[in-house]
Design a protein around this ligand. Sequence first.
Ligand code: UD1
Ligand code: MG
Length: 484
Amino acid sequence: MTDTRTSSVTAVVILAAGAGTRMKSATAKVLHTLAGRSMLHYAVDAANAVQPEHLVVVVGHQREQVIAHLAEIAPHAVTAVQEEQNGTGHAVQVGVAALPSATGTIVVISGDVPLLTGETLTTLVEKHAAEGNAMTLLTSQPTDPTGYGRIVRDGDQCARIVEQRDASPAELLIGEINAGTYVFDGATLGAGLGELRTDNAQREVYLTDMVAWTRARGGRVVPWLLGDAWQAEGVNDRVQLAAVGRELNTRLVEKWQRAGVTVVDPHTTWIHHDVDLAQDVTILPNTHLEGATSVESGAVIGPDTTLSDVEVGAGATVSRTQASLSVIGPKASVGPFAYLRPGTVLGENGKIGTFVETKNAKIAAEAKVPHLTYCGDAVIGEGVNIGAGTIFANYDGEHKHTSTVGNWSFVGSNTVLVAPVHIGDGVYVAAGSTVTSDVGPGELAVARGLQRNIPGWVARKKAGSKTAAAAEAAQAAMQQEGAE
Ligand code: UD1
Ligand code: MG
């Protein structure tokens, strides 16, 4: 196989073994999510962009969770277990040991730097190859460099990196920091790792000591200062998680605005990474589009709406709605105040209106469920009208059953359809019915007590009341009219 890439990468090693103590969480730090994806998933994406022969993830703390997650998002990744977290240099040693050999180009990134892009990593690799460097690293100048390793420059090269805790007062004034993203000559890395010492404040093997080690042996170490400091932002606690999450959201919203989506209020609009939006979609304030939600052209979503894994057709409107794992057809209308649970499928021009809850409900084209209805385990035909207050009673206390309503049937208000019950095509169901047996095509179903009016009841039972007086006055007036 010929390799057409300009610079090929032997391996990307992702560091993800750290304890993440400052997160204070039962969930591994790299599994915390931003825009619907784990931090580790973003690192894997960036790694994949440089098409490495091997992808190694160094795991340690809470590794069962991390390994299970990797099986889903990156089955091609190899995991290397770092039993004790003795520092980033030790972690890379463990990662490199999982490779057939430490040769060629080896990239190291952190699992907790989610805004690093594949493009940036690709450019870093290309720069490394073009300049014949032994080590090339990403740097940035954040507003606050506290906590990061500082870059001690030596012209256009890096002399060494000094960690916050080991830095002198003068070194702490350096604004350029180490982003934790590196490209190494594999042979140099392999040779140097074994020689790094732990004579530092944290008694750990620092990967950053590779800089001075490489320089001492005549290798070129070049920092690439990135203007976009967010791509170097590491997440160590939940305050940083929210800040980086907010920035990622801003970037995603902007991407869609530039692709032709109207976002009325970017600050209250949250769009997950995997969402897909067509041109001329409009998103109103306080809307959350999550998971694999997709929206076709001309649809208007919001305000105050959350859609998770929902497909919305062209020209549909969805207002003040909570929906998941559902399909909303073209030109359909949903809400305000609707709750669509998994398995809801609404056809073209259909309607799910106000205070309606649906679950596993197939509602065909032109069908309408406009008000105050529970519609669970239902198959509703074309053009059906479901009256206000109708309940699909799908649960008998032990099992769920499905009911069906045929095409162009009309179900009167306040009907209970006790499942399983099948209503044919072209049927009328009288308002207030409790339907327990099937209804054939063209029939009228009436399932309620017939009305009886009992004259004089109020005068006998409620004598002396205001109600009785009102009745008496009305009767007198009627008699008067009759006499005239
Ligand atoms: C590290 C760098 C620092 C840089 C910063 C950028 C070192 C010594 N310091 O500091 O120069 O500015 O990243 O974010 O490298 N990890 C392991 N095993 C370990 C230790 C860490 O896998 O034994 C992993 C962590 O899970 C994390 C990454 O390595 O994904 C970085 O470790 P962290 O402890 O966050 O290093 P910083 O103190 O942030
Ligand atoms: Mg960190």
